[in-house]
Design a protein around this ligand. Structure first.
Ligand code: ATP
Ligand code: MG
Length: 583
């Protein structure tokens, strides 16, 4: 499996050819980090010759948009087949007709591709409905499944407890013929929803509750997004998942820890049906703090309008993060850093911010935007007769190929109100009466006079500039400690800037008393005005920007020609890295 964008910077170590006898190249060895426990298992399976190549799958249920937790699973499943020979399928686990929609299928495909991965085959559990039905018949014929007329309450009453065995259903000993006839009637729509189920006949005294005659099929007269009204019986997760894995000859079926108790049933069904022996492996869910990572809960936020939609930039969805300005590289880097573990833990969202800052620092073009302006007049500046003065400014000092843009300069400019202090403390290096600062990419100025209105509010700062101090041609010999961002007053464009904070006030909203929505952060969105340098007029929807001294920003799709809207991806301040040293 290759990354769609062929991005070679992501650590990878291919097995260089399919022959496992071939040792890793020196280069591959150098890049090798310690393997995670799933990679170790696969490495062993390949070395022992159990498999020549592997097959993994990413199996989303199309009942919502993908979130940051899914990104972990995507990076793991697709990452494995980048490192080892083999491929990854995308399989929609669409066995629940009432919650699934084509909109979700489309968004899931878009998000995986955007993250940089390509699947080998696009599959749907619903494609296998006929095969799964055959498998069910096979079990009935072997005396390993029966039709139960019990209601779900009656079934629950006989289920027992973890310490007490369950009891047999009165329908457990139906003959094969009777079961075949009833199951056919179930399929033919002769019974109402919930009136009968097909159950595996295993052991009502089994220590694992999931092995106590689990339900394999239920009746649901519902329209399915792909099969329409063709079926009115639908397989349960446990009957669909492992069997779909086997049909696709998935070698390593990776899921999250809550499926550990299901593994026994997974293996039992494969063994009884004598189909391809896929194996299930589990890793811990990856959830980030100050948010929720459950499609069902995210759906509530959308339908109850706590957010503007699935791609609201505050959402932990991949589409929300994309709109906010996160890059695929930064999300993959985050997933790589948090790694794979067996114990659940809440990952600090600060680590994700760290990853995105790292990447955006490399690629984002620098721009100047003033948020809370005060007018500054350069009293000794003469506008050139030939027109306006334009100053070249580097797009990105981190990237020699990023080029320059020209920014207009003039007698009247805007700076941030809080970059000036009338009575500054010691070691204040910004602007103050009599003090000098450099205007970024322009000149050194000195504050000569402060103009106030009758209420004492500062309305203008009058400054002088040093003509010999032009950036790149500075012969003034003057050293300043402060550099300020600024915009030319006459050319500044007014933009809307949406600043985001954490969506929830508490680290784990699902772990608190009451409804998780009570813990929403009422101040998660703050809309402010900005005065931007005119080059931002041509900003594209996929461009990333650093607004100097402020943070990273991306144009929002709500922008119009008259009004540009920017999302703040993340602030510049790197408090997470400082508090945690290096990750
Ligand atoms: P949700 O509760 O958000 O719907 P889910 O597990 O039901 O999550 P699926 O669509 O069934 O969602 O998940 C597809 C794959 O992604 C599964 O293999 C699942 O284990 C994995 N996955 C889902 N959430 C996480 C998470 N937080 N961390 C790691 N893997 C996850
Ligand atoms: Mg699920």
């Amino acid at each position: 499996m290759q990354l769609a964008d062929e991005n070679q910077s992501w650590p990878h170590y291919y097995y260089l050819c399919s022959s496992l006898k071939t040792p890793m190249s020196e280069e591959a060895k150098k890049e090798e980090k310690s393997l995670n426990f799933i990679e170790e298992i696969i490495e062993k399976d390949l070395r022992s010759g159990k498999y020549e190549s592997i097959v993994t799958r990413f199996p989303p249920e199309p009942n919502g948009y993908l979130h940051i937790g899914h990104a972990s699973s995507i990076c793991l499943n697709f990452g494995l087949t980048r490192k080892f020979p083999g491929y990854t399928n995308l399989r929609f686990d669409d066995t629940n007709p009432t919650t699934e929609e084509t909109e979700y299928v489309d968004s899931i495909k878009e998000d995986i591709q955007w993250l940089g991965f390509k699947w080998e085959n696009e599959r749907y559990a619903s494609d296998y409905f006929p095969r799964l039905y055959e498998f069910a018949l096979q079990l009935i014929k072997k005396g390993l499944a029966y039709v139960d007329d019990s209601t779900s309450e009656e079934m629950a009453a006989l289920k027992g407890t973890p310490t007490e065995p369950g009891r047999d259903s009165p329908f457990r000993n139906r003959t094969v013929e009777e079961n075949l006839a009833l199951f056919a009637q179930m399929k033919n729509g002769e019974f109402p929803d919930g009136s009968r189920t097909l159950r595996a006949k295993i052991d009502m005294g089994h220590i694992n509750m999931l092995m106590r005659d689990p339900v394999l099929y239920r009746i649901k007269h519902a329209h399915h997004h792909r099969t329409g009204n063709e079926w009115c019986i639908y397989p349960m997760y446990d009957f669909a998942h492992g069997q779909s894995d086997a049909i696709e000859e998935v070698t390593h079926s990776i899921c999250t820890m809550e499926f550990v108790p299901h593994r026994e049933l997974y293996d039992w069904l494969i063994a009884q049906l004598g189909i391809y022996p896929s194996h299930q492996y589990e890793f811990a869910r990856r959830n980030t703090n100050y948010t929720v990572t459950s499609k069902r809960k995210l759906l509530q936020l959308v339908t109850e309008k706590h957010v503007s939609g699935w791609d609201d930039p505050r959402m932990p969805t991949i589409s929300g993060m994309r709109r906010r300005g996160y890059t695929p590289e930064s999300i993959r880097d985050f997933c790589d850093r948090i790694g794979v573990a067996k114990r659940d833990n809440l990952v600090d969202i600060g680590l994700l911010e760290f990853s995105v800052r790292e990447h955006l620092n490399k690629i984002a073009h620098r721009r100047m935007v003033v948020f809370d302006p005060v007018k500054l007049i350069i009293t000794n500046y003469q506008e050139p007769e030939s027109g306006k003065e334009f100053l070249p400014a580097e797009n990105n000092p981190e990237d020699g190929n990023a080029g320059e843009r020209d920014i207009p300069f003039g007698r009247e400019i805007l700076i941030e109100r809080d970059d000036f202090m009338e009575n500054p403390p010691k070691k204040y290096f910004r602007l103050a009466p009599g003090q000098m600062v450099r205007l970024k990419s322009a000149y050194i100025i000195r504050c000569e006079e402060v103009i106030k209105d009758s209420a004492g509010q500062i309305t203008e700062l009058h400054c002088s500039y040093i003509p010999e101090s032009k950036s790149g041609h500075d012969t003034s010999g003057i050293k300043t400690k402060g550099t300020l961002h600024w915009v030319h007053a006459g050319d500044a464009i007014e933009v809307e800037v949406r600043e985001y904070d954490r969506l929830f006030r508490v680290e784990d909203p699902t772990d608190e008393e009451g409804d998780f929505k009570e813990y929403l952060n009422p101040d998660s969105l703050n809309i402010v005005k900005g005065y931007a340098e005119p080059s931002l007029k041509t900003a594209g929807i996929n461009d990333s920007f650093q607004f100097l001294r402020k943070g990273y920003y991306k144009l929002d799709r709500d922008s119009t020609v008259e009004r540009l809207v920017f999302n703040r991806t993340v602030t510049l301040k790197d408090s997470w890295a400082r508090e945690n040293k290096q990750p």
